[in-house]
Write a protein that binds this ligand. Structure first.
Ligand code: HMH
Length: 205
């Protein structure tokens, strides 16, 4: 089982994770600014948890994946700084409570620590790829949101996602049947939580 088999087997779920009225609103400019900003604060909290998740993954990664994962960690730390700058400019309070959908997603990531490495790595690949595809679908973005669309669709980010895909393919290739099954479960979980994250942002709009 390869990463692309997961995409092929769960096309509907994947579509739900990567296409959403929130993203249409970013493209068309119809998304209310307060909904975007609420989402932005929640995504900051998610990235903070993502950094912790990835640090734990690095601790048990095979030698060949260390550089890739360290590069990802450096990028995540920079990303946090970028969110903090955005929040300063927009006067947003980042000291917010995680929305239940966000908290559930972060809990799911924390739980992957008890899963095989191949499953946790497949989840990391899936969540980064979903994000890249979702923002590509919002391109070029309404002028109000264009800076964000550009930031999350850079060639560097696309290269990183390809790197994760290669690493996940290698890990899955070495994994036993049980671990591959766990990887598929993790993939499905990511797709569901990604959709829920977009849904969260439109609540009450
Ligand atoms: C919800 N998924 C979500 N937020 C993100 N920042 C990413 C994936 C990519 O890091």
């Amino acid at each position: 089982m390869r990463p692309r088999d997961l995409l092929a087997r769960h096309q509907e779920l994947w579509r739900g994770a990567t296409r959403h009225p929130f993203l249409d609103g970013v493209r068309e400019g119809t998304l209310p600014r307060r909904a975007f900003e609420r989402w932005l604060v929640q995504d900051y909290l998610f990235v903070r948890e993502g950094l912790a998740f990835q640090a734990r993954l690095l601790a048990r990664a095979p030698r060949r994946d260390q550089r890739l994962l360290i590069g990802g960690l450096v990028a995540l730390e920079e990303e946090l700084g970028w969110f903090e700058e955005q929040a300063r400019r927009r006067n947003l309070d980042l000291d917010a409570r995680p929305h239940p959908a966000n908290a559930a997603y972060c809990g799911f990531l924390a739980g992957l620590e008890g899963e095989p490495y191949a499953a946790a790595l497949a989840a990391l690949w899936a969540l980064e790829r979903a994000y890249l595809e979702a923002w590509r679908g919002a391109a070029p973005g309404h002028p109000e949101y264009r800076e964000f669309v550009e930031h999350w669709t850079t060639p560097e980010f696309a290269d990183y996602v390809s790197g994760l895909e290669g690493a996940a393919e290698a890990a899955l290739g070495e994994a036993g049947e049980g671990a591959r099954g766990r990887a598929e479960e993790a993939f499905v979980g990511v797709a569901r939580f990604e959709r829920g994250f977009w849904e969260m942002a439109l609540e009450g709009t």
